[in-house]
Design a protein around this ligand. Sequence first.
Ligand SMILES: [Zn+2]
Length: 69
Amino acid sequence: MADRRIDCPTCGRSVRFDHGGEAPFLPFCSRRCRLVDLGKWLEGEYRISREMTGDDFLEEDHFNSDQIE
Ligand SMILES: [Zn+2]
């Protein structure tokens, strides 16, 4: 167990790092991949809020009335 390997979530490359070594971008292989993943995440959040429709509010409304009852 001297070293461990992980798959970079962004590019899928296998990253090997020593147990004692510094791996500042884990679980990513590089700073770039970390930034790309962060960008994806933010973009997804943005898209989700943009796609919020009346159904989302209806569901929440229903949930609230359930709680009141
Ligand atoms: Zn990567």
